[in-house]
Structures are given as structure tokens and as C-alpha cells.
Design a protein around this ligand. Structure first.
Ligand SMILES: [Zn+2]
Ligand SMILES: [Zn+2]
Ligand SMILES: [Zn+2]
Ligand SMILES: [Zn+2]
Ligand SMILES: [Zn+2]
Ligand SMILES: [Zn+2]
Length: 485
């Protein structure tokens, strides 16, 4: 197919495409076709033409029909074959399709009943007449502002819908096509827009079973529910959960602040890294450390602050309703904390690329070979934050219905969160080290500094392996059915 060849050439020429160099990404890109709006427009026009040939409808009526039936051509043809004779009259009687035979663009000279100017009027299918500029203005308003492809006659109470060809003619072509394309993609089971802002690429998986897709812009998302990747949560819970979160404004505000009051000296402490370790920094602060989640003193030797992922329900049965709300607050807080931590991890990754590896090279002379691990462990941390985040959604729903699974999930989640925090903390230490290098270089022998760096590198890599292991444990417990979702 020549279309496919064009697509292929386009991808090879594109700069973005050349940036993607890891074989994994190429493998994933191979699973999807990346389409532009113009490609989808061709598909749309082909669908319209095919259906209009089957039904003997004109293009305008075929468009109206397809739009009404959400582009489900099979549904329409099935109806047609079961009652072809009555179909046209039925569609017309129900206002699904409109009679456009009387439409005359260069109609009689007359007075437009909207703007009262004397002009050549356009005659619509319903016999109402308006000047071109009034019709054009109405169409522009509907398409551009209201994002609708249906435009009713300007006469108050008239149900006639203007033909598609007229809407297309009088609206901005790009906006019309964009709207049409979006509507079509929304209805399609085989296509989806990349959710990244300003990307506008349309993804078509090569296999219907493909769930996780990667766009040319590197954005990954779930093709089934069109949300970001959400392992280990099933799509239906994700949908419900996002509604719950939306209604939980208080918690979102709490997270957005990103600061906590120090439990010792009551100063406000800002969270600088993605982990739960909060240090009340001197000067100004009291130098005590505490947990971001539960505000208890930070004690690395005993693991109390890692247990703040466990919800303790009230013992009193009469407080059941309160329990429901608190349960929801508790898990959404856990979810939002991980979401924020994930964001921080993304920022850290950027800082690694823009700053830390250059510092390391400048002071130690270590090149990519010795700093590559930072990118690798950050990838693990970012992925782990996503899975931890969604595990809170899972916890919430499971806590309602299956106590045993709930306990098991809590257990895996706790170990995983602990490992994830340890990784984040060891990374924080590394970043702190690098930031202090310009001072320490004058007080500590280079040999010792390098040794410290290598030791920290070891710690980080171990923490990352542990984190990965705990992540896989949790994931497989869900996927293999030990935890019943
Ligand atoms: Zn007018
Ligand atoms: Zn009318
Ligand atoms: Zn994209
Ligand atoms: Zn999904
Ligand atoms: Zn303090
Ligand atoms: Zn805590």
C-alpha cells in the first residue's frame, strides 16, 4: 500500500523518530501505527463514500446518518438490509436526515430576517432564507466555540439541520476537519488520540489486544481507557477512582501545598525531594526529621513510618459512614502522595540530565559509563511511583470487599513502598553530595570523594534492585490472582 509507505517515510524523516534509539521503544512503536489528521480524514471520506454507495444516499445524508449512529457503519447497514424500503422515510421522519434538495446558494434577492439587510439569500432545505453572512456566522459559532457539527436552521423553532457540505464550506477548514476527526476517533475502537498536550497524533495499534501504547512523543497510555498507564489497576476501577478523586478537592489542595508543619518546632517545611523524609533544615529549622505522610519523628531503624500505608478502620460500628469517607480520604491521600512523588522524580530525572551528570564529569571526570546508572534507577523509581500510586486505588476498592486480599495487598504494598522510599532517599543523598561538591572539593581529598561516590552508587543500585523486586512481587500477586481484584 502506498499510504503505508508514505507513513513509513514520514517516520524516518522525522527528527523525533531519530531521537528514539533504545530497541525497546522501537519494539513498542512497531506495535502501533501513528496517524495524522489527514490520514484519518481519508478514512472518513472512504467510509462516507462506501456507505453512500450502499444506501444510494447523497454525501450530506450519509454524513448525518454516520454522525447519528456514532460512525457505526455495521449498525446502519444491518438496519438497512432488514427494512430498506421504509428506512429513508423513517430517518427523515425522525429528523435523523434532512431534505437538502431545495438548497440554493444563489437564491432570490430579499430581506434577511435575522439582520434585515437586502441581499441575495441562501435558500435552505426547509424553505427558510437567510443571507450568507448570517449563516456563516452561525456556523462559525457552532463549530469554533460550541464544538458542534450540527447546525440548526436560524429560524426559531425550525428543526432543519444544515447540510454538512454547507457547514464545511462556511467554517474554517482546519477546525471543521479537526472536530470531525475527533468525533470519528472518539467513536472508533481502533483509534485514539495521544493524550499529551499539543501532540495531536492518532494511534492505531496493529493488534486489537494491545493495551499499553507509546506515541511518537514517548507518551505512554492505556489504549482501552485512554488514561495514563495504570498497572496493576483494571480500567473500570480507574474510571471510578478518577471520579472519586475529582470530588476529593480537600486532599488535592493538601498535596498541592507540598509543605508540612514540623512536629517539633512548628515551622513549615517544604518537601524538596519526592521521598517521605522531611528535614526541618537549619538555619531557621530545628534539624529534626519527620515523616511526610504521618508527621511522626523519622526513625530509620524501626519501620513505623513505612506502615502509614495501612488504614486502621474505626472500631465503633455506628461510625460506618464516617469510615467510608475516611477510608476514601486515606487512600486518595496515598495516591496523591505517590503522584506528587512521581512528579518530583520526573523533575529529578531532568536535573540529572541537565546538571548532575555534568557536575560529576566536571569534578570526577566520570563519563556516561559511570553515570548511566542514574538514568536507569530513575526509570525504575518513576515506574515504581506509578504502580504504587495505582496500588492505592486498588487498595481502596479491595478494602471494601475482600479482607484477605486487602491484607495481602497491604503487605506487598508496604514492602514495596519501603523499598521505593529507600531508593528515593539514597538518591536524595547522592544529589545532596553532588550539590555540595564545590565546597567539599576544598576540604576532602579527591580520592575520598570519589570513593564516597562509588559507595553511594552501590547503595543506590542495590536499592533499585530491591525496589524492582518488590514491585514485581506486588504486580505478580495481582496478575496471578493471589490478590483478587
Ligand atoms: Zn442576515
Ligand atoms: Zn428552517
Ligand atoms: Zn504523542
Ligand atoms: Zn486502562
Ligand atoms: Zn523543626
Ligand atoms: Zn509516616
Amino acid at each position: 500500500m502506498s499510504d503505508d509507505e508514505d507513513q513509513y517515510n514520514y517516520q524516518n524523516d522525522s527528527e523525533e523518530f531519530n531521537q528514539i534509539n533504545s530497541w525497546q521503544e522501537n519494539l513498542k512503536l512497531d506495535m502501533v501505527e501513528i496517524l495524522e489528521m489527514k490520514d484519518v480524514m481519508l478514512v472518513i471520506m472512504k467510509e462516507v463514500q462506501e456507505l453512500s454507495e450502499i444506501l444510494y444516499f447523497d454525501e450530506d445524508n450519509t454524513f448525518e446518518l454516520l454522525m447519528h449512529y456514532n460512525w457505526n457503519k455495521d449498525d446502519i447497514t444491518q438496519k438497512y438490509y432488514s427494512a430498506s424500503e421504509k428506512l429513508l422515510t423513517e430517518f427523515k421522519a425522525n429528523g435523523i436526515i434532512n431534505d437538502h434538495q431545495n438548497v440554493i446558494y444563489n437564491g432570490l434577492q430579499g430581506c434577511c430576517t435575522v439582520c434585515f439587510c437586502q441581499e441575495q439569500l441562501i435558500l435552505l432545505g426547509c424553505k427558510h432564507m437567510f443571507c450568507e453572512s448570517c449563516i456563516k456566522q452561525t456556523i462559525m459559532q457552532r463549530v469554533q466555540k460550541d464544538k458542534f457539527l450540527f447546525v440548526r436552521c436560524l429560524f426559531n423553532g425550525c428543526n432543519y439541520k444544515l447540510p454538512f457540505s454547507m457547514i464545511r464550506k462556511f467554517s474554517n477548514q482546519k477546525e471543521f476537519e479537526d472536530l470531525l476527526c475527533r468525533k470519528f476517533v472518539e467513536c472508533s475502537r481502533y483509534l485514539a488520540y495521544c493524550p499529551a498536550v499539543n501532540c495531536n497524533k492518532i494511534i492505531k495499534p496493529k493488534f486489537t489486544s494491545t493495551k499499553e501504547v507509546t506515541c511518537l512523543c514517548q507518551t505512554k497510555f492505556c489504549f482501552y481507557c485512554k488514561e495514563e498507564l495504570h498497572p496493576p489497576c483494571p480500567c473500570d476501577l480507574v474510571k471510578k477512582w478518577l471520579v472519586v478523586l475529582k470530588n476529593d478537592q480537600a486532599n488535592q489542595d493538601w498535596i498541592r501545598l507540598n509543605t508540612k508543619q514540623c512536629p517539633f518546632c512548628k515551622q513549615f517545611v517544604e518537601r524538596s525531594f519526592g521521598c517521605n523524609y522531611m528535614l526541618c533544615k537549619p538555619p531557621g529549622g530545628c534539624a529534626n526529621a519527620f515523616c511526610y505522610v504521618c508527621s511522626k519523628p523519622w526513625k530509620p531503624d524501626h519501620k513505623d513510618h513505612y506502615k502509614c500505608n495501612q488504614y486502621v478502620p474505626p472500631k465503633d460500628n455506628t461510625e460506618l459512614e464516617k469510615d467510608l469517607i475516611e477510608r476514601c480520604n486515606f487512600y486518595s491521600k496515598g495516591y496523591l502522595i505517590q503522584a506528587a512523588a512521581g512528579q518530583k522524580a520526573q523533575e529529578s530525572l531532568k536535573k540529572i540530565r541537565d546538571y548532575y551528570i555534568h557536575q560529576i564529569f566536571m569534578y570526577f571526570g566520570f563519563d556516561m559509563h559511570d553515570t548511566q546508572f542514574l538514568e536507569e534507577v530513575m526509570a525504575e523509581l518513576i515506574q515504581s511511583r506509578v504502580i504504587l500510586k495505582w496500588s492505592y486505588c486498588l487498595s481502596y476498592y479491595i478494602s471494601h470487599k475482600n479482607q484477605q486480599s486487602s491484607k495481602l495487598l497491604d503487605h506487598y504494598q508496604q514492602l514495596f513502598e519501603h523499598a521505593c522510599e529507600s531508593l528515593a532517599i539514597s538518591l536524595m543523598k547522592m544529589f545532596n553530595r553532588i550539590e555540595k561538591l564545590n565546597v567539599e572539593i576544598h576540604t576532602t581529598p579527591m580520592h575520598d570523594l570519589k570513593k564516597q561516590f562509588m559507595k553511594l552508587k552501590d547503595t543506590i543500585q542495590n536499592a533499585s534492585s530491591k525496589c524492582q523486586k518488590m514491585r514485581l512481587n506486588l504486580e505478580s500477586a495481582v496478575y496471578q490472582g493471589d490478590i483478587i481484584v
